[in-house]
Design a protein around this ligand. Structure first.
Ligand SMILES: [Mg+2]
Length: 216
């Protein structure tokens, strides 16, 4: 884990005895794919959702040519710089998390570029999701495991990307990892693949899974 990630975690106020929810942001709290599609549209590009990946699936609307994979990181950096503030929140996230906050503590663990952390925080606040935010990079397991060392109550982790769930399980096996992809088509795509983690299809379903694990 990078020092700047560890520093952010050290600054989060956590209660040892309070159940913890660690939530991803993109495609869990925010409509990442919808926002990305709108951004790509302005650049004459589109996202081919025939498989679950970004690189190789960004294509030119006119020629249908694949956007050069080497240039995707720069394109995504541009997207985050321009759109992080404006992404729309996922239906149900605000209600469910605000009803859970009475009995649990909530932390957002997001792989947003460090430069856009402030934009992410303000977008969350604007949507009534004023929780501590940790801007991470790469694997999420080390950061989640480090957070977990500070809590002796049950912990749930939610993410849309299976390798992130795998990474958290690997580093802290006691964390209950739940898979949630808010975008309906992406969710269907991923459902066809066989993953070991429990899945939710909406924040209503997440609400039940979280409550069953944290409070029963
Ligand atoms: Mg995500």
């Amino acid at each position: 884990m990078r020092d700047w990630v560890k520093d952010q975690i050290d600054r989060v106020v956590l209660d040892t005895d309070r159940p913890l929810i660690i939530s991803d942001a993109d495609e869990v709290l925010f409509q990442f794919v919808r926002g990305l599609e709108a951004f790509l549209e302005t650049a004459g590009l589109y996202l081919d959702l025939s498989s679950f990946r970004l690189s190789g699936n960004i294509k030119n609307k006119t020629t249908n040519e694949t956007y050069p994979i080497d240039d995707v990181p720069n394109l995504l950096a541009e997207f985050f710089a321009e759109r992080t503030r404006h992404l729309e929140v996922v239906e149900g996230a605000q209600n469910v998390l605000n009803s859970l906050r009475g009995d649990a503590q909530i932390v957002v663990l997001t792989n947003v570029p460090a430069e856009q952390k402030a934009d992410r925080v303000s977008a969350l606040e604007r949507n009534g999701l004023d929780f501590p935010v940790i801007a991470n990079s790469g694997d999420k397991g080390p950061a989640a495991a480090y957070l977990a060392t500070r809590v002796e109550a049950p912990i749930v982790f939610i993410d849309d990307i299976p390798p992130n769930l795998d990474s958290v399980k690997q580093h802290a096996n006691h964390i209950h990892c739940v898979h949630f992809v808010s975008h309906p088509r992406l969710s269907e795509l991923i459902e066809a693949m066989d993953f070991e983690h429990p899945r939710a299809k909406s924040w209503m379903e997440l609400d039940k899974i979280i409550r069953d694990h944290l409070f029963d």
